[in-house]
Design a protein around this ligand. Structure first.
Ligand code: HEC
Length: 125
């Protein structure tokens, strides 16, 4: 009996761990909150909290490699819709509006992390 209770407990903790996507740790301004929420519902399981990546799985998206000049909004949309290599298509998990919000959130987060495309910005101050 004790053992049965223990296995049920273990089973529930496993289910709990896997059903909880990593949570956002960074506060974002109001216009990006929706995208942040969608991202953490659909993408963060693989791409980690705040899109900072996970060791064994998906790449960090807050990275120069994924700035708009290297990886456009259209590229992101296509990746989400069709998947790529080890990433399965997410088209059944997000609506086009949600994709737009997620991209807005990712672009904001890249900027907030201090990543800027090189050619774009003329020298300031
Ligand atoms: C089931 C896990 C999983 C989910 C969910 C997931 N991804 Fe990915 N994603 C991956 C993996 C793995 C890769 C690396 C693909 C590869 O093997 O090149 C990747 C790659 C990417 C890339 C880079 C593609 C490239 O060509 O370099 C982008 C952008 C991306 N994901 C965005 C997203 C977004 C946005 C979401 C949520 C809508 C999302 N992913 C959901 C696993 C996932």
């Amino acid at each position: 009996m004790k053992q049965l209770k223990l296995s049920i407990l273990i089973l529930f903790s496993i289910i709990f761990t896997f059903s909880c996507a990593p949570k956002a740790t960074l506060e974002v301004p109001e216009p990006y909150k929706k995208g942040q929420q969608y991202f953490h519902k659909v993408c963060s399981n693989c791409h980690g909290s705040d899109a900072m990546g996970k060791h064994t799985q998906a790449p960090r998206l807050i990275d120069e490699e994924y700035l708009a000049n290297n990886f456009s909004d259209a590229d992101i949309t296509e990746t989400i819709m069709n998947g790529i290599n080890k990433m399965p298509s997410q088209k059944n998990n997000v609506s086009p509006d949600e994709i737009t919000e997620i991209i807005k959130y990712l672009r904001y987060s890249q900027k907030a992390a201090g990543l800027e495309p090189e050619e774009d910005e003329p020298e300031e101050d």
